[in-house]
Design a protein around this ligand. Structure first.
Ligand code: LLP
Length: 440
């Protein structure tokens, strides 16, 4: 459960009224709850406790240094996919033996950096990458451990096409049949191929999808047993659920999914295999919201349109994936309760008049909208709206499109709000271009 609740009609994050955050840091602003991050980390740890996996939080979902540090302090490892993410991970204080390095296109420089840093495990996606890793490690005089990312040809029907990664038509992993020869130890000088990695997509709503892929991994390990190859690690990736609508109970389904996966992996555990998981959104999505202020309300041909001060450059998911995020005024009636209860009950009953409204941003693109024809209670110019479940792939996918600086990020614990990333200024937008001006 997250810590975003209405108290007497005013949205609070933990014990802090979000009005105070907007007053102090302006709008738009991303706001995170520290207790929610910790709570989700421990729910996940409990859900998979039967496997005692190394939990490597997926940095790409929410890469702010302070949030990474908070999770590292809870014991989390980190899953990185670039030199930049590795730099963040090390700055957040994680030890290299808890970092896994994934990604389909690791450059030589990135590999060198990771080899020097002593990254625990590389998730490798092609034969070319394996050869490059071997060469770089040999030059550096280091031995490195590798897991081969398998493409198991397993896809969840309910994962959006753009983020489904387990099917045969995607660029990810190596087809199982082709992968066998890559486990052969004699091929490498400095690489030990000791693991199998999968990541089926994001999110994966059905536990059955994991189970189907796990069965394939188990077959593979059985076949590999006949060779000199010793598999020590199985990494089942991320993709575990978060709550986007008001209907489901993500903590319940996470616990259930975890139990089913643990059960299916027991056989491998008894054979001494160790496990890794790479959760992103299941930890961070419901730990963050975006606060945005209504600049104008206008009447279109046949619709009411509210123009807010955040655009697709701040939160891309609705534009890119058609993602549905609950949106609600941060001041609503004088009701108290969790955001899911308040926004759900209002939609279902006649407690208030709801009007269909488009919530759009200021960017010069038709696709710059957060919701179309959404039933919402009345609000005015200047009202602050909350967009929920934005802690994952919100700020980490933000850009400066239309030369709009990215918003600040604030981390709340109890009644304390801490600025963890400053708002980008006009100067920030041009700083790397001054070199091109004659008089710079
Ligand atoms: N491991 C690997 C190798 C991944 O590629 C990803 C996400 C994860 C773990 C974490 O997945 P999660 O637990 O967060 O579902 N931008 C999209 C999601 C793209 C996910 C990319 N990979 C979105 O906003 O939904």
């Amino acid at each position: 459960m997250d810590h975003f609740n209405f108290v007497d009609g005013h949205l609070h994050v933990e014990h802090l009224d979000v009005r105070q955050i907007v007053e102090q840091h302006g709008s738009p602003v991303y706001v995170y709850s520290a207790h929610t991050l910790k709570n989700h980390y421990s729910v996940l740890k409990d859900a998979f406790s039967a496997l005692s996996p190394l939990i490597c939080f997926s940095v790409k979902s929410c890469s702010n240094l302070s949030i990474l540090k908070l999770l590292v302090d809870q014991g989390s490892g980190l899953d990185v996919v670039s030199g930049g993410e590795l730099h963040r991970a090390l700055m957040a204080g994680v030890t290299a033996d808890k970092i896994v390095f994934a990604g389909v296109g690791k450059s030589r420089e990135e590999i060198r950096y990771a080899v020097e840093a002593g990254v625990f495990l590389f998730n490798v996606e092609s034969e070319g990458e394996l050869l490059r890793l071997d060469e770089v490690a040999t030059t550096a005089g280091k031995r490195i451990k590798v897991a081969i990312r398998i493409n198991p040809d397993v896809a969840d029907a309910d994962t959006p096409e753009k983020t489904s990664t387990g099917g045969r038509q995607t660029k990810f992993g190596i087809p199982m049949e082709r992968a066998y020869e890559l486990f052969e130890p004699k091929r490498y000088s400095s690489v030990d191929v000791v693991g199998i990695h999968i990541h089926l997509g994001s999110p994966i709503p059905s536990a059955q999808t994991y189970l189907s892929a796990i069965d394939k991994i188990e077959d593979m390990i059985n076949r590999l047993k006949a060779t000199d190859c010793a598999i020590e690690f199985v990494n089942i990736g991320g993709g575990f659920p978060a709550q986007y609508g008001t209907e489901s109970n993500p903590v319940g389904s996470l616990t259930e999914t975890g139990a089913l996966i643990c059960q299916r992996l027991q056989g491998l555990k008894q054979r001494g295999i160790r496990f890794i998981i790479e959760p992103g959104r299941s930890i961070s999505a419901n730990a963050g919201i975006l606060l945005t202020t209504v600049e104008y309300i206008k009447q279109g041909w046949d619709r009411k349109i509210a123009i807010v001060d955040a655009g697709m450059n701040v939160l891309l998911r609705p534009t890119l994936y058609g993602a549905n995020h609950v949106i609600w005024p941060t001041h609503f009636e004088n009701l108290s309760g969790h955001w899911t209860a308040i926004t759900h009950s209002a939609q279902l009953s006649d407690v208030t008049h709801l009007e269909e409204t488009d919530i759009v941003g200021p960017i010069c693109e038709t696709g710059d909208h957060f919701a179309l024809g959404r039933a919402l209670p009345a609000f005015d110019n200047g009202s602050v709206l909350a967009i929920f479940s934005c802690g994952a792939y919100g700020m980490s996918m933000a850009s400066q499109y239309n030369s709009r600086g990215r918003p600040p990020e604030v981390l709340v614990e109890g009644i304390n709000a801490k600025l963890i990333r400053a708002r980008e200024t006009h100067e920030d937008l041009v700083v790397h271009e001054l070199c091109g001006l004659d008089n710079a």
